[in-house]
Design a binder for this molecule. Structure first.
Ligand code: UDP
Length: 337
C-alpha cells in the first residue's frame, strides 16, 4: 500500500507544489486547509496536473477533533505542516494573530498527532528564524534571533516540536527556507498572495502591466551593486526537499533542522535584469529608501541538506523567472477568474 501523507496548508503556494511532487513520487496525499489565505481552485488544478483525486478537508488545524478524525480515517503515515500565516509586515502589526494561528494551531495539531499516534512531521520553517546574521552563508548551528513576530513564531514552533518529540517519541524535520519563488512547469499553480509583497511576483506584475513599477528598497547596502542580496530558491526544489524529508523520516531518520537555499546570492538589481531579459518587457524601476528590518545579505549554507537528505537544488534564476512568468502571464490575478 502507498504511504499516505497529510499536507496541512496544501492549497497554498509551497504546499500545493509539494502535493504535486508527492503525487509524482507515488505517495497518496490528503490536503487539510481552512482556505483562509488560499483557495480551492489550486486543489482543482492539482487534480488536473496529477490525475489524482486528492481529498481536500476544509478543516482548521485548531479543530483537534476533526483533525483527529482525518488522521484516523485516512490512516495517515506522516504530516507535512505548511498551515500558518506568513506575512512579516502583518506579523508586526498584529502579532497575536500569528501566535494564535501559528503557535496555538501547531499545538493543537501536535495534540491530535500524539492522540492518534502519527509520529512523523515535516515542518515549514524559515530563514527568518535567524534574524540579522553574524556570518554568511548561514549555518543551521548559527544563533537564532528573529527580528519579527513571524520568525519568532516559527522558531517557537520548532521548539514545540523538539520538546514534544522528546516527551512523546515523535520525529520531525524542520526546513528553513530562504526566498521561495518560481512556479509549476504547467503554469497552472504558482505564487498568489494578497497583498503581494515579494520581489519576483512584484517585478513580474510590473512586466505584465498589472502594476505600474517596482520600487527597489535601498541602493546603499554594502553589496556589489548597493541592493540587498537574497538566496532565491525555486519552489520545485523546495517541494523535492519536502519529499526527501518525508522519506528520511519514514526510513527512520532522526529529528533535525535543515536550511533550504542555493548558496547563490542575487541582488535586487540582478533579479530585475534577469526578468527584463526573460520577459522581453520594459520594467519601470523606482529607487527608494530601505525597508525596515532588511539585512544586507542573506544566503544559506545547504551542505547539511545535501549530505543528510541527499537533496540538491537543480533550478537556476532563469528557471525561476521563466516558470513564474508563465504562471503570472496565464493568471495575472492569481486564482481569481
Ligand atoms: N524588495 C524590493 N522591492 C519590493 C519587494 C522586495 O526591493 O517591492 C527587496 C527586499 O528589500 C529584499 C528582497 O527584495 O531585499 C526580497 O524581498 P522579499 O519581500 O521578496 O523577501 P524577504 O527577503 O523579505 O523574505
Amino acid at each position: 500500500m502507498n504511504k499516505k501523507i497529510l499536507v496541512t496548508g496544501g492549497a497554498g503556494y509551497i504546499g500545493s507544489h509539494t502535493v504535486a511532487q508527492l503525487c509524482e513520487d507515488g505517495y497518496d496525499v490528503v490536503i487539510l486547509d481552512n482556505l483562509s489565505t488560499s483557495c480551492e481552485e489550486s486543489v482543482v488544478r492539482l487534480r488536473k496536473i496529477t490525475g489524482k483525486e486528492i481529498p481536500l478537508y476544509k478543516v482548521d488545524i485548531r479543530d483537534t477533533d476533526n483533525v483527529r478524525k482525518v488522521l484516523r480515517e485516512e490512516k495517515i503515515e506522516a504530516i507535512i505542516h505548511f498551515a500558518a500565516y506568513s506575512l512579516v509586515g502583518e506579523s508586526m502589526t498584529n502579532p497575536l494573530k500569528y501566535y494564535e494561528n501559528n503557535l496555538y494551531g501547531t499545538k493543537q495539531l501536535l495534540e491530535a498527532m500524539t492522540e492518534e499516534k502519527v509520529d512523523k512531521i515535516v515542518f515549514s520553517s524559515t530563514a527568518a528564524t535567524y534574524g540579522e546574521p553574524k556570518s554568511i552563508p548561514i549555518l543551521e548551528t548559527d544563533e537564532t534571533n528573529p527580528t519579527n513576530t513571524y520568525g519568532e513564531t516559527k522558531l517557537s514552533m520548532e521548539k514545540m516540536f523538539k520538546w514534544t518529540a522528546n516527551a512523546h517519541g515523535l520525529r520531525y524535520v524542520s526546513l528553513r527556507y530562504f526566498n521561495a519563488c518560481g512556479a509549476h512547469e504547467s503554469g497552472l499553480i504558482g505564487e498568489a498572495h494578497n497583498p503581494e509583497t515579494h520581489l519576483i511576483p512584484i517585478i513580474l506584475q510590473a512586466a505584465a502591466g498589472v502594476r505600474e513599477s517596482i520600487s527597489v528598497y535601498g541602493t546603499d547596502y554594502p553589496t556589489r551593486d548597493g541592493t540587498c542580496v537574497r538566496d532565491y530558491i525555486h519552489v520545485y526544489d523546495l517541494a523535492k526537499a519536502h519529499v526527501a524529508a518525508v522519506k528520511y523520516l519514514i526510513d527512520g531518520g532522526k529529528s533535525d533542522i535543515f536550511n533550504l537555499g542555493t548558496e547563490i546570492g542575487s541582488t535586487v538589481k540582478e533579479v530585475i535584469d534577469a526578468a527584463k531579459k526573460i520577459t522581453g518587457k520594459a520594467i519601470k524601476v523606482v529607487y527608494g529608501e530601505r525597508r525596515a528590518g532588511d539585512p544586507a545579505v542573506l544566503t544559506a549554507s545547504n551542505k547539511k541538506a545535501r549530505e543528510v537528505l541527499g537533496w540538491k537544488p537543480e533550478k537556476t534564476m532563469e528557471d525561476i523567472i521563466s516558470s513564474a512568468w508563465k504562471w503570472h502571464s496565464n493568471n495575472p490575478h492569481g486564482y481569481k477568474k
